[in-house]
Design a binder for this molecule. Sequence first.
Ligand code: ADP
Ligand code: MG
Length: 523
Amino acid sequence: MAASKQPAVGIDLGTTFSVAACLDAAGHPQTLVNAEGERLTPSVVLIEDDEVVVGKEAVKAMGTDMAHVADCAKRDVGQRTFHKPLGGRPYPPEAIEAWVLNKLRLDTQKLIGAYQKVVVTVPAYFDEVRRKATQDAGYIAGFDVMDIINEPTAAAVAFGFQRGFLAEGGTSRQRLRILVYDLGGGTFDVTVMEITGRDFVALATDGDVRLGGRDWDQRLVDCVAEDFVRKHGVDPREDPNVEGRMWRECEDAKRTLSVRSHALITSEFGGHVARLDMTRAQFEEMTLDLLERTAFTTRQTLQAAGLDWSQIDRILLVGGATRMPAVVRMLRELSGQDPDQSVSPDEAVAHGAALHAGLLLARHAGQAPRFQIRNVNSHSLGVVANDPQTSQLRNAILIPRNTPLPADARRIFKTHKRGQKSILVQIVEGESAAPDDCAPVGRCSVRDLPADLPAQTPIEVGFRYLDNGRLSVQVKVAGTNTRLEHEIMRENSLTTDQLNSWRKYVSGLPPVARVISDGVAAP
Ligand code: ADP
Ligand code: MG
């Protein structure tokens, strides 16, 4: 790996905190500090008329200028716009994420020189649309995203590295099954992986894109606000800036409760002050259902992998919220074993991404790979088809969830009527047979079919699902030369023109000639 001139950089683009890491001359991952000298950068953006501020300073503005602050944009990725306008203007979530990435780019370039190639991580549970949007955020920020990799896989790679599995020469061929439990600020992910020497294989994955430390904070904020209402008859949540300050206070108290048995939370509103002494026991009780949700998903994922706890060698804790003692206790009770806390829960993901970046750069330079990653898909992929028996629309699944990637699948559909001029292929992601209950991934249409095509002409739809969870689609019409490839019109995704103008705006860099990974060339 050391042979490549370009730095191998991995970025953990988190819901609440982001981290960049790079391989040093010896090929070891090191966290790169930001301009403030810190290892973690809050994924918070303050957008004012004349300037955009990212990180710690933007967090401070949460107490005074909430109308211009965007946080947790990752939770909205895949939607058309961020859930709240900023200063009256709507923004796409990928542009907000791009500002975070752009800060990391500018800050880290001061340390390691100019670079563009990176690996960015995503929750394993992210669907195709969110993966594409994450890649787009990287592009807007002025990066060339070589690959996106699943966060639990990255954490497992960092763990394997630390254990010496990736060392040159000798490597253990012993099989190790690990369960990665990742509870971050906004997302929860659980993945069962098998490491055999340098082979990292995901067996099953599941999660919740709307569950994380933020929900624990929310319970505290609500509890403090209700206490305030009882004492003073007014609700401090009415003022967004006061609520912003309460968030900061409560998040801080939550951290205190990880190491102490109680924490004092003070709030001020409308000339009144209230103090609440929160005990760890109370806090754990009011958040028990959240923890239980993670336990449920963990049990389910283990089952999906066809394993029981006696077959799991290690439980790996990732994500800042796993520092809550209740998490460790719950997992101990569930599994009968002590979770492994040997990797840094904040940095392991970025370190694994940097190792993966090193692998890709080495491969580009023609060197033999030092390790190998194999993933499964986290959601079933299908197309919307008319069921001839019921005449109802139905999700015809082509690639079921937890299929090893890359995966290919094809299926034959038939045209409806004679002389049909076009076909619309709608791609959906989800487990339900009803298309409305699934997430739309995109559509592609085949136009200008030959005249007089008979009814029931076979149409072959093929999916190719890559290791990084990105999808390409081919459509072939029997008896014609009509073949369509790679042209998925995605719902809610930015057009090439929009991407390029955001890129100029956010990173100040011009569009580059590049091939977006689904094969559509950008100008
Ligand atoms: P993400 O990857 O989603 O951005 P992180 O893995 O950085 O998240 O974890 C951030 C979450 O961890 C936040 O909700 C933060 O409050 C929480 N957290 C960090 N340290 C502690 C701690 N000592 N005790 C409890 N929660 C913590
Ligand atoms: Mg994370």
